[in-house]
Structures are given as C-alpha cells and as structure tokens.
Design a protein around this ligand. Sequence first.
Ligand code: HPA
Ligand code: ZN
Length: 338
Amino acid sequence: MSNELAEFIRAIPKAELHIHIEGSLEPALIFALAQRNGIALAYSSVEALRAAYAFTNLQSFLDIYYAGASVLITEQDFHDMAWAYFERAHADHVIHAELFFDPQTHTERGVDIGVVIRGLKRACDAARTQFGLRARLILCFLRHLSEAEAIATLDAAKPYLADIIGVGLDSSELGHPPEKFTRVFAMARELGLHVVAHAGEEGPPEYIWSALDVLQVERIDHGVRSIQDERLMQRLIASGMALTVCPLSNIKLCVFQQLGEHNLKRMLERGVRVTINSDDPAYFGGYLNENYLETAAALDLDRDQIIQLARNSIEAAFTTTSERRADLDTLAAYCMKA
Ligand code: HPA
Ligand code: ZN
C-alpha cells in the first residue's frame, strides 16, 4: 500500500461500532488496577499475561478476557479503562464510538451496575468535551447465562436508561442462539432501546436469521458467516443491514486463518453495508486504525472502498439525523481536501 493511502486511512473520520470496553484493558492497566485494588493475578508479569494471549477459538479468549476484567472494582477503574480507550480512539480519528459493556461480568463479582455505568459515562462525557468524540453505551447480555439473568440485568439498569443507547448480546455463541433471549430483547425494544446482537462469528447463518427475525436487531455484530447463505446475503443487501466486522479479531480467534482470506471485501463489493471495528483491541493486536490498515493491505482495498467503509460506519451509527448529517459532512470535507 502507498504511504499516501496509509495516511489517508489513518486520518479519515470514522465511527467505531463494535468495541467491548473490557476488551480494551491493556496488560499494563490490568496490573496497575490489580495493585490498586489488592487483587492477586494468576500471572506474574505483564509479559507472562501477554504470553497467554494465544487463542484457538472464541471460548479460549473469553476465559482470559473475563479473568482480566476481574481487576475492575471502583467507578474510577471503569472510568480509567474507558479513558485509555478514548485516547487511542481519538488518535485514530474516531469521531463517534459505541461501547459495549458486560455488566454481568461485574455484578457477578459484587460490583454494583451503577458503579460500572457511572464510571463509563464520566469517561464518555470527558471524551466529548476534550476530544469532540461522541460516545454512547450499549449494554450486552452474556448469552452463556440464562434469559432470566438477562432480564434481571435489564431491570437493574432501569435507573440508568438515559445513559444507555441500546442492548447487545455477546459471549459464547455456539449453543446459545439468539432466540434464547426473545423476551428480554422485546422488553428492551419496548423501552425504546436500540438492539444489536453478535451472530455468525462462530455460529451458523441460522443464528443471523433469528437475530434479524426474532430479536429484530438493527445491526449484526460480526455476521461473517452470512456469505454461506445466498438468501441471507440478498436479505442483508436489500435491507441495508449493517455488519460490524472485526478483521483482526477474526484472525486471532481463528474464524479465518489469514487476513488475505477474509470475506470483508467480497461482502463490500456485493453491496453489504460492512464496517470495520476492533472488537477487543488489547487482546487482538490492534485498535481501529490497525484494523483498517492491515485489512486494506491484505485485501488490496482502494481509496473509494476505504471511504465506503467509513461512510458505512457513520450511517450505521445510532445517532440522530442531524448528528449523522454532521458526521457525513465531516467525512466529505476530509475527502475533498485529502
Ligand atoms: N464475541 C463474543 N463475545 C465477546 C467478544 C466476541 O468477539 N468479545 C468480547 N465478548
Ligand atoms: Zn464482539
């Protein structure tokens, strides 16, 4: 790739729609928070922890990801984690970010959901004032737990609904199809929340169908297995359904063996509204710009395709009409001069 295209990619205004904020916890911050909170870790050093980041599938990652999140105790911890992400995102020219968070990972350990949300919200507000970066929160239900537990989590979040833009569904996909969460998603929609779900990362196209038809999601997180089902592809294209694709995550979790085999470009060229995202950047080897740059290099994406990806991210965001128009104007102004 030319230096010119790389520079264009680095500075293009973009939105990030698939980032688990607990997945932005860098090893150094995990150790600092463990020390601050007097928590013993199973790893003796930052290097030893990093050495454990060799994953074979989603579950092998989740086991380490949940262990890393165990150092988060206070409101300040949640703030500091999100703030570190916003510094990175701002450097990558992210103008809008929607952060997934997993309250059940914390409430299970006795941390109040209010502590989690207040800490994250304070960092979101600071990102807006200090960086002009607009940030919103999406509460994710852990799909390996029961629907009753998801409903209890939604109930516990009710005092904070003004601080949450939507709900999502994450954690172990296989064996936990979207329809397991039919009722809680209906409740969330009834509350006026946006709804998204991870589907088709490791799970089959049937999970994408049920996320669409049963949960009535507005975006699919991952969704890379859509390409195995032509009727589903037609549905995604006709409806303009966005996929929040995470290329480096897919390589680290062995969804594809190499970036050069990734189907992002094929889906983009078929007219699917594909976006690029980092998923769990502290674990998967890169923040948003590394995902764009490495994918562009491996798949030989051109300038127009990069613009399309950035535009897709802005169009698929949960923003108001005037916010979306402003972000598209920012993008257009950048493309005119760059
Ligand atoms: N998939 C499912 N659950 C997750 C992921 C993911 O990529 N990252 C964090 N939780
Ligand atoms: Zn994810």
